[in-house]
Unconditional design. Sequence first.
Length: 204
Amino acid sequence: MQERIGTLAGEASRLVRRRIERKRPRRRRTPDRLALLFDVHPEARQASPREAGLHVVPIDQIVGSAVEPVQRGRDFRPFRGLRGPDWEARYQRILRAMNRLEVLPPIDVVRFGDGYWVVDGHNRVAAAREVGQVAVDAAVTDLRSPGETGRPAAPIAPYLEQSLELRAAGGGRRMTHEGARQLVDPAAIAAERRAAQGDEGEAS
């Protein structure tokens, strides 16, 4: 008899817990947000910027965004509710250009702490990750804390030549050093960069 009473009491307790759980408001799952530089490194707000020039930056060292507020996931794409038709069209153009191994303007990043943080070019980073690209051309700005010694600046052209030759090899083509040098003319890069700004806009 006592065992029967204990069983009934246990069933009643479970029913009460189920009713309470049904009445509790369900928490909305927060999206997997891209890391923000100033959340991870608050001291970066007091850092001094120093232009470091153009570099070939490994994709796996680009760790987050330096733009507030962050409205992107860890794949560097906007949250689904923010992906309108215009954004989708721009993104597809970037993907097609990468698949054709076209030279795209460099992204803008800051270098601080454990990696690089995107200022402009989020869509290009997202597309590079999607197509399996291992590196991307980037205009790098070092953020230096007070008293920190700066990294030595590196020549621009060798980095760009390396990137162009890598892309050509990935497409089964061969590019000479002379051909790469012709494609890194500063005036041409500046013109391409201005043209690309219309493609990316704020959701870059």
